[in-house]
Design a protein around this ligand. Structure first.
Ligand code: NAD
Length: 338
């Protein structure tokens, strides 16, 4: 099987490239290096089953070149971060919607069998339901959330009009090795870890009671592997375990939550990261957080139901958030220090 991994020099994409290259799949990685880094894929460049294309998904010819001969696309390329999308909705829209559409068109024309794409828990918007179940979403709360929802709509329409199989993986707060701790739009875990390693006090927005379903990167790799490789027949068969009646001969258009299914408050996260890092540097053990105002648009709690992915894909996340924090802290301590 030959895969195209877009955004393959980024955090999630480079971990997917590692996994598939090391498991002897042929991998093409397309990335414009806007938020990704060559050093994330450096060790893969010498491998015969890996090809890197520096290019932009907003250019249709680049998409066509990259997808040539591929059986499956894992589409990770996008501009993340809700605050970035609030500051620059136009660039977010062109990358996350126009770029997505161009990749879909290229994949359709190249007769790619399956298009797996990074969707987002932000699609649940202002829905207060917990845990979040795939078919029940609210109104989007940011330009970023709009783009990720529109992607799902496009995927759905492309499946019904052109017959390309699409699987959206709604990631919930993914973290782990290589997630970028630098820059104005760094995610909370790498940002706090870097701040603690520098012996500074991280900011907690609000009183720390807000909670998230933090998802370790290994679980995300597993979900992508299953989504890329499970057969159409098996999906149709397993869908009945979820009381879903999928027709035998119709192409698949499905969306799954990808998470651990737990919830960790920001206070718990802070103390867990601090205690893990204190194993390497005892000065970190006494750092206290600094509380400040809640951030506009943040929902209080987010927790996934993962039953659909468990039943239909056979997804079984191996790493709890707590186990993931331990691995991530070790990696950051060695890599930020080193
Ligand atoms: N990290 C999370 O918690 C999370 C949660 C939900 C969804 N997602 C989605 O997962 C995907 C990967 O996110 P990530 O956290 O690895 O982010 P990342 O920024 O590390 O990776 C994104 C990659 O896409 C590349 N890229 C951006 N614009 C591009 C363009 N126009 N053409 C080609 N490449 C381009 C970047 O250079 C980068 O390497 C994104 O689609 C993101 O929206 C991530």
């Amino acid at each position: 099987m030959k895969l195209l991994i877009t955004g393959g020099a980024g955090f999630i994409g480079s971990n997917l490239c590692d996994f598939f290259v090391n498991n002897n799949y042929d991998v093409v990685c397309l990335d414009n290096l806007s938020t990704g880094f060559m050093h994330n894929i450096e060790p893969l460049l010498s491998k015969s089953n890996f090809r890197f294309i520096k290019g932009d998904i907003r250019d249709l010819n680049t998409c066509r070149d990259a997808v040539k001969g591929c059986d499956v696309v894992l589409h990770e390329a996008a501009l993340g971060s809700v605050p970035r999308s609030i500051n620059d909705p136009i660039t977010i829209n062109s990358t996350n919607i126009s770029g997505f559409l161009k990749m879909l068109v290229a994949a359709r024309d190249e007769k790619v069998k399956r298009f797996v794409y990074a969707a987002s828990s932000s699609t649940y918007g202002d829905s207060k339901e917990l845990p979040k179940i795939e078919h029940n979403i609210g109104r989007p709360l940011s330009p970023y959330a709009i783009t990720k929802f529109v992607d799902e709509l496009y995927a759905n329409v492309f499946t019904s009009l052109y017959g390309i199989e699409t699987i959206g993986l709604r990631y919930f707060n993914v973290f782990g090795r290589r997630q970028n701790p630098y820059g104005a739009y760094a995610a909370v875990i790498p940002l706090w870890v870097k701040t603690l390693i520098n012996h500074q006090s991280p900011f907690i927005n609000g009183d720390g009671s807000y909670s998230r379903d933090f998802t370790y990167i290994e679980n995300v790799i597993q979900a992508n592997f299953l989504a890329a490789t499970i057969s159409h027949e098996e999906i149709v068969q397993r869908a009945s375990l979820y009381n879903m009646d999928l027709p035998q001969n119709a192409p698949i258009d499905l969306v799954f939550n990808v998470a651990y299914g737990g919830n960790t408050t920001l206070n718990e996260l802070f103390y867990c990261l601090r205690d893990n890092l204190a194993k390497y540097d005892s000065k970190i053990a006494t750092i206290k957080p600094t509380y400040r105002e809640n951030r506009a648009g943040d929902i209080p709690h987010s927790q996934a139901s993962i039953i659909k992915a468990q039943r239909i894909l056979g997804y079984q996340p191996k790493f709890s958030a707590i186990q993931g924090f331990e691995h991530a802290c070790e990696w950051y301590y060695k890599n930020i220090k080193g």
